[in-house]
Design a protein around this ligand. Sequence first.
Ligand SMILES: [Zn+2]
Ligand SMILES: [Zn+2]
Length: 105
Amino acid sequence: MDPKTRQTVTVDKDVLNKAKKVCEDKHIPLSGAIENFLNFFSNPWVYCFKCSEKFNVGEAELCPKCGWLKCPKCGICRCGLDETTAIAVYHMRKVYEDLLSGRVK
Ligand SMILES: [Zn+2]
Ligand SMILES: [Zn+2]
């Protein structure tokens, strides 16, 4: 059986047209882009800012001290960062949270 299903969703016309344009430029099907995003949305992942390990947010632990995700490989969190780096990472995380409509974890 084909695991792909057809699902009708209502999307703002402008948003859809812009997305289609980006897909054309990137030569990817719109359904592929949607699938990719939904995959991320339901099971978000991040890359460790220190060791580059890719890990699922759902499986990562939060540091009780700083409240940030701890990398399962090297164990780094907000505590190991200097102020400037922490601010940069914080704003990267904001992008995730906008995309996920809520906190990363
Ligand atoms: Zn790491
Ligand atoms: Zn910490």
